[in-house]
Design a protein around this ligand. Sequence first.
Ligand code: UD1
Ligand code: CA
Length: 434
Amino acid sequence: MKNKTSIVILAAGKGSRMKSNKAKVLHDICGKPMLYHIINASKEISDDITVVIAHQKEAVKEQMQRYFDDINFVVQDADNFPGTGGAMKGITPKNDKVLVLNGDMPLINSDALEGFLTTDADIIMSIFDLEDPDGYGRVKIVDNQVEYIVEQKDATSEELNITHVNAGIYAFKKSVLEKYIPLLDNNNAQEEYYLTDIIAMAKKDSLIIKPLLVDEEHFKGINSKKDLADSEVIMQDRIKTRWMREGVIMQLPQTIYIEDDVEFEGECIIENGCRITGKSKIINSHIKAHSIIEDSIVKDSDVGPLAHLRPLSDITDTHIGNFVEVKKSTLKGVKAGHLSYIGDASVDEGTNVGAGFITCNYDGINKYKTIIGKNVFIGSDTQAVAPVTIEDDVIVAAGTTITSGTIESGSLVLSRVKLKKIAGFFYKFFKVKS
Ligand code: UD1
Ligand code: CA
């Protein structure tokens, strides 16, 4: 199928209903901009993809170029020709069959797009039936024939009751676009050039228009932040279902958030309330309730409950308990059971990190490293004011603040204020009898 179809994705609109400073198509869904997901699905069936941009065009282009290097960008003359029809002006697809996609439908996948390639017609348009058609263009069907599409803002009260809506993906013969795009006008409530007006014109000229019945699960359009959240639930469900089928155990999966690029391998258990993002990879590990893992690798380990692995943590064969935060650190064969901040550090095999250990990695200007060797016993309530190196086989006594550079192998390091005991002070201070 590839190479036979050109795809045009309309991504130039403001998206005013999102009530956001960010262009609509750049809003994230499962960790990636919604436009990313649409291009990604499109690439599976086409080598000729054009994205129409205008609003925040530099940002949209720049963000997409981080992921794709073979997309054509065309800038819409949105001042003179606003609207989805205006967006199609001056587009020169390579192939005779052209799929046009709205840029706000990230739930689309290549299987759903292939539905447009199997039938032949001058125009194939996607339709679904909704109990609440609010926001969508209504499709007037008479005797099983599509007559026209009317936008909500232009619809009569009778038309507003129509429950067949335009899902927003069309397949056109290139000649149809070439003929009708120049004929569109903006005589409507929004004073925009509507791509959807092609339908009525083509119908008048007796072209073959075929409706393709589609499902909301793949064709839902995003106009508001509520739509964004609803669509994310659907995409989350897909991501988690895929991984559960691959053998990952998830407890209360509806409470777990896993981004698109996360990977699992081997036997993994993810408890309720976890959030795993970025390019994290979890291998043979147990992630306990309400832990957050960002762009990190966890192998043969258990993490949480309530732990936070920030980006670039590399955790192997390690136990991380509650209220432990790790950032950009490598832990291998370590136990860090409670209440710690381990940042810009490496901690080696057999080392025990006591409750309340903190790497003081930042002096307000620069960040410094803490290197901890093998079999180190770090007592509770201790700090390493980085840069610090603790060699193998060291005992760090509870309450110690390490400020010097290197603690040599085999040592005990201890910094404590001498304990004072003042007998009877309590009774004197609170003026009570013993
Ligand atoms: C559009 C359809 C509507 C359909 C709905 C499906 C039209 C006129 N209406 O309405 O029938 O039910 O999609 O989701 O097409 N865009 C541009 N340039 C513009 C305006 C919009 O590129 O000047 C892009 C937007 O970035 C967006 C897409 O086109 O990705 C759709 O625009 P939007 O304003 O969301 O259209 P709807 O009102 O939802
Ligand atoms: Ca829309």
